[in-house]
Design a protein around this ligand. Structure first.
Ligand SMILES: [Mn+2]
Length: 430
């Protein structure tokens, strides 16, 4: 039985107040797009079919490496996190899946957890393993590495943890295992750069061997942090080489914030797709070397250019192109629900804008080396305010025209502050 968290009457009343303005703006945009030969309803239907997963850990207030500042009513258990994720999806209708992280989200009964999620209108996305921090009562420390550790027993422990994540994921209905390791070094000479990769590949192949036929292993690279001199899977080059060596079920996952500053990430997307290795995407934004700001908050144009490549990939799929999209952010100064509502809107908007690109005009200009017209084909789409398309798709699916307005009106966080136990002043999770 469905038990969606926000009152449906509240949403309906707010949508009724916004209906005239939305119809007017949607009709006006429809006429504008019609003049370019674009049917607005077709774009709206594509947007309605688009979704991005939210991470269970994103529902809580994150932190920097130094501290976190909890807010009243923050979720502390996977059950409370699911409730908050259900709010995001109920209002936005863009985030129907949650990506869990183990052992953070461990429970005794995963069948029950799957049913609980389903009753909130949610499913589960990729499962994430965690070998970048030690857990209580853990036999071997990951302080000097996990899948690439020089210590065989530590590598074995990391392999077994990943296989346990697959077993949990099978019960939750997941079909992807995302593997990011914090393995790396802080000093030149600390580890042999070649042999550490050998050890990683050997251990990762044992995880790969445990994948069910319909599963994928998504390798997430990160240039630095927590290791600051070298990381084992540092860039898309290391990632695709590892994925190619592991086999067809191994794909690369691109996190927008895990590159050197100013790297051309849209080109990486195109490259990985060219070789059938683009498996997933983590959305966030960054200004310096960070990777946790809200999607589209700093550089929405880059997000659009990434989606331009993803839409190109959709139109020319290779090797069963089925990217797993997830928001991966840390919310330090906002209500996490509000950040993810805003981020889902930013991500959906860039997808919609990429759909508006006149591909024929773009490709013709590219072939003719007409640089300005090729650029203008992108610029025209980027400049369109697609807000009414997203709002219309949301409202038709039962979501809210004004997601943040209805969320605030619901007083969800205030109400949860009365019910939930307070969060401690823990260390930050990056
Ligand atoms: Mn990530």
């Amino acid at each position: 039985m469905s038990r969606l968290p926000i009152s449906e009457e509240l949403i309906a009343e707010a949508n009724a107040r916004a209906a005239d303005a939305l119809e007017d703006e949607y009709a006006s945009l429809g006429r504008k797009l019609e003049r370019s030969g674009i049917a607005i309803d077709a774009i709206k239907d594509k947007v309605a079919g688009f979704s991005v997963a939210v991470p269970s850990w994103g529902a809580g207030r994150g932190g920097t490496r130094f501290a976190k500042f909890p807010i009243a009513g923050e979720p502390t258990t996977i059950h409370e996190k699911l409730e908050d994720c259900a709010v995001i999806n109920q209002l936005s209708r863009l985030t129907p899946r949650v990506s869990p992280h183990f052992p953070w989200d461990k429970v005794s009964d995963y069948k029950a957890l799957r049913e609980e999620a389903a009753s909130l209108g949610l499913g589960f996305d990729a499962v994430n393993s965690n070998t970048f921090q030690d857990q209580k009562d853990q036999a071997h420390s990951y302080s000097t590495g996990s899948l690439s550790s020089t210590i065989e027993a530590t590598r074995q422990q990391a392999v077994e943890h990943n296989i346990e994540c697959i077993e949990i994921g099978k019960q939750l209905g997941s079909t992807d295992l995302t593997v990011w390791v914090g393995d790396g070094t802080n000093f030149p000479g600390q580890q042999d750069l070649g042999r550490s990769l050998d050890r990683y590949l050997d251990a990762a192949s044992q995880v790969y061997a445990a994948l069910p036929d319909d599963w994928r292993m998504l390798l997430e690279h990160k240039m630095f942090e927590p290791a600051f001199y070298s990381t084992v899977i540092s860039d898309w080059g290391s990632s695709i080489l590892a994925a190619q060596e592991l086999g067809p079920k191994a794909k690369c996952l691109v996190d927008l914030g895990h590159h050197a500053p100013n790297v051309n990430i849209e080109q990486i997307v195109a490259r990985l797709h060219r070789f059938g290795k683009l498996g997933g995407f983590h959305f966030n934004d960054s200004k310096y070397g960070d990777d946790d700001l809200d999607s589209g908050s700093i550089n929405p144009h880059q997000l659009f250019l990434v989606f331009n490549e993803l839409v190109e990939a959709e139109l020319a799929p290779r090797d069963g192109f089925k990217p797993s999209y997830m928001i991966d952010q840390s919310h330090n100064v906002t209500d996490p629900i509000e950040s993810m509502l805003s981020s889902a809107e930013a991500i959906g908007s860039c997808y919609a804008k990429a759909l508006l690109v006149d591909r024929e005009a773009l490709h013709l200009a590219q072939e003719a080396n007409d640089t300005m017209m090729a650029f203008q084909a992108l610029r025209r789409a980027y400049n369109v305010d697609v807000g009414p398309i997203l709002a219309k798709a949301r409202v038709e699916a039962g979501g809210a025209a004004d997601v943040l307005g209805v969320y605030r009106e619901s007083r969800w966080r205030d109400r949860k502050a009365q019910e939930r136990k307070a969060v401690g002043l823990g260390a930050g999770i990056v």
